[in-house]
Write a protein that binds this ligand. Sequence first.
Ligand SMILES: [Fe+2]
Length: 170
Amino acid sequence: MNANIVDVLAKMINYEQGCPHRVNHFLKVHSFARIISEAEGLNSSEQYILEVAAAMHDCGIRASLLKHGHYNGKMQEEEGPAVADKMMLELGIDEAIRDRVRFLIGHHHTYTNIDGIDYRILVEADFLVNIYEDGLSADAIESVKEKYFITKKGREILISLYQTPNESGK
Ligand SMILES: [Fe+2]
């Protein structure tokens, strides 16, 4: 029996205490991942893996900061899986699920050899949030779209958010 995804999100909110920025980030990534995954028709196991990975994908940031005083994408990939595994064990999540989530967290900044729809959607959902949080230019957004966005729903959301004028024409 695996934990309810709400309990996974609540555990991550607790883990990221004092850092509303990172809580906001993973909640947004989780929501986009869920929306894209419903459109792509993932099976229940793939869906659960993706949602847990989306909730926990950046848990290596805090671990890197505590260990090294700073962090980068590589450190996050290195530190994240063990932290996530501890939380997943505490939540009673099965080994097969934990194994894939650890892999996804350990590779979520690596864009070569994306080997499954869960991985693909995690990358797209993280970009949908990072484009906004990092203030990417229009050119950079177009480049990210063409390089990394494969799913129909992921592309639709990117265009809707970042490549469609709003009510004031901007
Ligand atoms: Fe992220």
